[in-house]
Design a protein around this ligand. Structure first.
Ligand code: DX5
Ligand code: ZN
Length: 219
């Protein structure tokens, strides 16, 4: 398995954002994870499409935009226009999830769907054939630096088994509390894309930590 690393800019130094993004790119990160929070779906407020657009000319990485917002259908076009390559919405924030995923794909970008720790993966059963990525939250969303919830690994295992049985192609992403130890656990369970905020941007060498996490995941 060739797991990918997705550093989350939530834990970056926002006063040096372009430089920090360049560091993780130099370290070989495949995805740049961009956490968008609205103060409603989650308690915290972060960034919007302006920041995505500002970073876009500075990076070749896949811009992986994680929308932790209510009514994401109102904003997906703005994020696609700003340069997102992949837009992930929460199952819990979408009354018409199937429609919203279709809307993202119609914009010509990849579509992901995320589930909070309390949400069973079975709620995604009828959208799994159409998504490019399933994000299994391994913390309750809202803040960086929280503790990994290991019981989420059974969702990852079941999603990996089902994908194999059905011949589907979504990537499985984990987000929250990923560090050198939990990266190995998540990869073992079947995760393909590992999001890491505090572990990457809090490391002595941001650039080197990307490679260290990847090596921990690939065993
Ligand atoms: C949590 C965010 C995460 C967060 C992860 O609400 O979705 O992407 O940045 O941060 P760490 O890796 O520090 O748990
Ligand atoms: Zn995230």
């Amino acid at each position: 398995m060739k797991q990918k690393i997705a550093p989350s800019i939530l834990s970056a130094d926002f006063a040096r954002l372009a430089a920090q993004v360049a560091e993780v790119e130099a370290g070989g990160a495949e995805y740049l994870h961009i956490d968008v929070m609205d103060g409603h779906f989650v308690p915290n407020i972060t960034i919007g499409p302006l920041v995505v657009a500002a970073l876009r000319p500075h990076s070749q990485m896949v811009f992986d935009t994680h929308l932790m917002i209510e009514h994401p259908e109102r904003y997906v076009a703005d994020f696609a226009k700003a340069g997102s390559d992949l837009i992930t919405v929460h199952q819990e924030a979408c009354v018409h999830l199937h429609r919203t995923i279709g809307q993202i794909k119609d914009l010509g970008v990849k579509a992901g769907v995320a589930i909070n720790p309390a949400t069973p993966w079975e709620t995604l059963r009828y959208v799994l054939p159409m998504v490019d990525l399933v994000l299994v939250m391994t913390v309750n969303p809202g803040f960086g630096g929280q503790k990994f919830i290991p019981t989420m690994m059974s969702k990852v295992e079941q999603l990996a088994t089902l994908r194999h049985e059905q011949g589907w192609s979504y990537e499985i992403q984990v987000d929250g509390g990923i560090n050198r130890t939990t990266a190995a656990m998540a990869a073992e369970a079947g995760a393909d894309v590992l999001v890491a905020g505090a572990a990457v941007f809090g490391a002595p060498s941001v650039r080197e930590e990307v490679g260290i996490l990847r090596r921990c995941a690939r065993g």
